[in-house]
Design a protein around this ligand. Structure first.
Ligand code: AP5
Length: 208
């Protein structure tokens, strides 16, 4: 199974990706996580650090290269879930070409739909455990007392607003692109995490 999760900041892509990847035994490949890891290691171009901190998109070439290298690894040979990539039509076209060159194709693109105000609350109150990578929410999924919590630099309210605006501009082209090629499944991302998972699984079952 090769699938893509598209959705605005805080839509629940990372939360749902962990459940789906466990079930299908495929790796979760998140360009956001890879960029943050490179930043933490001090290997990310300072210009890209600034772009991320302001809530903008890093250049297509940078993320396409990350995806090309990561999807070549052994654990991704029989499938993967791309979380947060592609975000633009040039990224989608590059992904299509990269897979076609390997005789592969995508099964489905899942778009998680969540309204703007709920996105703000979800992203601003998110906390992640530095050691385990577990995603928590101060209201909906409170962390245990011993968690080593991190508040993402781009989860401040004004930056989240920029990220949501950037997403809206980006999807005005990306979602029609995937709809046209018959790969798009829209899923309501509002409700309990388990209810959203059920909807995502129903969408995937149709495309297996
Ligand atoms: P990235 O890390 O991909 O961030 P994002 O797309 O903005 O998504 P988030 O990680 O904010 O949200 P999510 O949908 O995963 O939500 P989560 O499950 O954590 O990208 C960061 C930056 O990197 C970008 O801004 C850009 O600069 C750069 N970048 C990355 N990819 C790029 C690309 N392809 N091209 C160019 N630039 C790129 O959930 C959020 C919170 O809500 C959590 O606290 C969770 O516990 C809670 N929650 C989740 N589901 C529910 C639910 N059903 N009910 C209640 N709470 C819930």
């Amino acid at each position: 199974m090769r699938l893509v999760f598209v959705g605005p900041p805080g839509a629940g892509k990372g939360t749902q990706a962990k459940v789906i990847c466990d079930k299908y035994r495929i790796p979760q490949i998140s360009t956001g996580d890879m960029l943050r890891e490179a930043k933490a290691a001090g290997t990310l171009d300072p210009e890209l650090v600034k772009t991320m901190a302001a809530g903008g998109l890093v250049p297509d070439a940078a993320v396409i290269d990350l995806i090309r290298k990561r999807t070549e690894k052994d654990d991704a040979k029989s499938g993967f879930l791309l979380d947060g990539f592609p975000r633009t039509v040039p990224q989608a076209e590059a992904l299509g070409k990269l897979l076609a060159d390997r005789g592969q194709k995508l099964n489905v693109v899942v778009a998680l739909d969540v309204g703007k105000e709920l996105l703000m609350e979800r992203a601003c109150l998110r906390r992640t455990d530095r050691k385990t990578g577990q995603i928590y929410h101060l209201k909906y999924k409170p962390p245990p007392p011993d968690a080593d919590l991190e508040h993402r630099a781009d989860d401040k309210e004004d930056v989240v607003r920029n990220r949501v605006d950037t997403y809206e501009k980006m999807t005005s082209d990306l979602l029609p692109f995937y709809e046209k090629v018959g790969l798009l499944e829209r899923v309501d991302g509002v409700g309990e995490v388990t209810d959203v998972t059920r909807r995502v699984l129903a969408a995937l079952e149709k495309r297996k």
